[in-house]
Design a protein around this ligand. Sequence first.
Ligand code: KIV
Length: 267
Amino acid sequence: MSKSKDALTVSRLIKMKERNEKIVMATAYDYPSALLVDAAGVDMILVGDSLGNVVQGRETTLSVTLDQMIYHSEIVARAANRAFVVVDMPFPYCQLGPNDGLRAAARIMQETGADAVKIESGRDRIETVRAIVRAGIPVLGHCGLQPQSVHISGYKVQRDHDRLMDDAEALCDAGVFGILLECVPRESAGEAARKFPVPVIGIGAGNLCDGQVLVFHDYLLYGLKTKEELPKHARSYASIGEIIVQATGQYIKDVRSGSFPSEEESF
Ligand code: KIV
């Protein structure tokens, strides 16, 4: 699908921040989920490596490969009409250094048709961010909790305010078009949103950010998780999992009772 005339771009996203318009981002991993969130009007779609958790059923995101990210992202980018599509750089391409990082980012842009990449980075991996931006690829920096470093940080709120500001500053200096902050105190995120000129998108970062991102399977309860099992920062807006179980149960009953298929459903 080609993009609509009012498709989001880097400059439109920055204008939204300047006008205090909240930016809404959701994850998507396949054609129907991307079509639906785009039709609903989200501004940005993230093809997150969270697909390792919610699509592949793994404990961490570390096993998601570059080829898998490219496979899902090409499908999502084809479905997105208005939303700006960002693709996660999977482990270990944020970590290997500028050459491998740039090669991976170039493959993502060339093979998927997406608009940007996201990199789990702060001052530590800034040379990789710089190399990718220099190559003309828009980068969304991701600091605070970085799930690719979970074996060091754990899935914990990242409370080092000075480090967060330092990481965000390094990302801005390197030329990112936006920063995603994960699991940081609300006041720290608010200060980052006030201080830096690029959109700050939060997840578990409170309401002072320029925008918010949620994981598709979390806000729709798409899976067997209950509301109570969601992370503290996520809100569920529907119980898709329950609807699927109910509908599939009815289908099973109808086949077993002989009421499906009916005469009208037969040739
Ligand atoms: O992979 C992902 O979905 C993320 C979340 C922080 C939104 O990075």
